[in-house]
Structures are given as C-alpha cells and as structure tokens.
Design a protein around this ligand. Sequence first.
Ligand code: NAP
Length: 280
Amino acid sequence: MDIAFIGLGQMGSGMARNLLAAGHRLTVWNRDPAKAEPLAALGATVAADIASAARVGAVITMLANDTAVEAVAFGESGLLAAGPGLLHVSSSTVSVDLTDRLAEAHAAAGQRFVSAQVLGRPDVATAGALAVIAAGAADDLDAAQPVFDAIGAGTQRIGDRPVMAAAAKIALNAGIPAIMQMLTEQFRIGAAHGIAPAAMTELLLATDYGNRLIRSYGPIIAEKRFEPAGFPMRLGRKDVDLALAAANGADVPLTELIARRMDAIIAADGGARDWSALGQ
Ligand code: NAP
C-alpha cells in the first residue's frame, strides 16, 4: 500500500519503521526534517511538504496535540486542501471536539477520516505491538486495516464515528495516572514497614493486581526511572485535560486530583520527566 506518514516523534518514527518493514511504500514528512533522515536511509521517500505527502492518498498523522493536528489538517496546503479521495488516519491523542471537527471537514471535502488510537509506549511502537483502537466507517476501517496490522498487535473496532476511538483512548489514558498514583501510595505504605518497592511490585504481579500496566510502571516508579521520558508529564497533562473535557460535566474527582498533582510537578520541574514522576 502507498502510505504517507506525518509526525516522526518518539511514537511516529517506530510506527513508520514498521510500515516499511511490512513492505508498504512509505512517504514521510516531519516539521523538523532531520527526523526524516533515518527513515529515508531505510527506503522511505521524504515529502517536501504536507501537500506532497497528501498526494500519496492515504495519510497517517501522529502529532503532539490539537494545535499540531489543526496545523497539518486545516493549514494552508494542509490535508483538507488536498482534494477528494484522501484517507486520513489520525493516531494522535487529541480532543473529542477536534476529532468531530475533522470528521465533518473531511466529509465536506469528499475525503475519508478514521481515528486509530494507539496504546503503548515508544518501545512498544518500535516493536510493532501497539494496541489499536479504531473508529470510523467500516469501509474506511477496512481500507486502513493493513496499516493497523503493521503497527499493532491487534485492533479493536469501537464504533462507526471517529470520536468514539478518541473518547475511548482518552478514557483509557485517564486511568493510567490513577494506577501510577495507586502504585506510589502502595509503595509508600509498604516502605514505611520495610517492604522494598521492587518486592511490592512482585507481590502485585503475583496477585489479582497483576496486569501489563503494573508490569510496565511498577519497576519505573520503584526505581524512580523518570528519565529519559517515554511520555513526558507535559504530554500526559494534556491527556488529563482531554479527559476532563470529554467527561462533558460528569463527576470525575480522581481525574481532577491527578490534574492538580501533575500541575504541581510541572510547576516544580518543567514537566520534561516521564509522567510516572507522579511517583517521585
Ligand atoms: P513527540 O515525540 O513529542 O512527537 C511529536 C510530533 O509532533 C513530532 O513529530 C513534532 O514535530 C510534531 N509536532 C508538534 N507540533 C507540531 C506542529 N505545530 N506542526 C507540525 N508538527 C508538530 O510525541 P510522541 O510521544 O510521538 O506522541 C505523539 C502523539 O501520540 C501524542 O498525541 C501523544 O499523546 C500520543 N501518544 C504517545 C504515547 C507515548 O507513550 N509517547 C503513547 C500513545 C500515544 P517536530 O519533530 O518538528 O517537533
């Protein structure tokens, strides 16, 4: 399949590599062109601009936040200006409002749009083992399935409106800092009585708590390995805001508490460390 990939950050560069490894013909574009060079060395074509990438016909975006996706989609010579037929697969974690606006604007332009959210940190992206949560029209999801197969270990189709994948991802991400906060407090209670955090992690994994999130974040928090950041606190804070907005006024006190703790940490250290620094 001919695919263009826009956004070669920590996640996007691994995803793009796996598309190449799966045999797809890949065109890449990144705002900072230096990040495209390793992909070019592996055989990707580097597009001169977003409009050239859009001419490929199927475009995946993996960008930092709403502002970045708005710039790439709605900007002059952006994806929406590329003419009818384009398929846009949006994998960035962005707001439900922007996702709805994109769905409307792409439809008005005669283009196709799906949200394909991914779960997993950059090492999982590099391994091609992301969990993909996809939503959109069934035909469009079928068209994008080869992309999902190359980047992920499995795809969950959650609905026929792209916003459903955005909301699902936001809800799932709101739970991760809650689990990190839980781990932090469990470690503190154990440590107050001589139980090392590593022993506490083993105990959690051997009991009903055992799950992949504990396996991933338990050792990071136990060893206070907050750098290098797989997912910086600043980006994590963005996702907590997305969750507060997506709740549409429903009562979400745990999410509000996490937002306040993250704000305090970002005010103290700038937020460049991993979001697991909740357990500092
Ligand atoms: P990242 O390493 O910071 O990469 C961000 C990408 O966005 C870079 O390619 C950057 O380009 C681009 N960008 C930022 N602002 C832009 C703008 N105004 N115009 C054009 N491009 C812009 O972030 P990441 O960790 O790959 O995350 C990407 C997305 O995936 C985010 O929405 C994040 O929430 C989500 N996510 C992250 C993880 C994780 O564990 N890291 C897991 C799942 C989902 P430059 O290189 O030019 O700065």
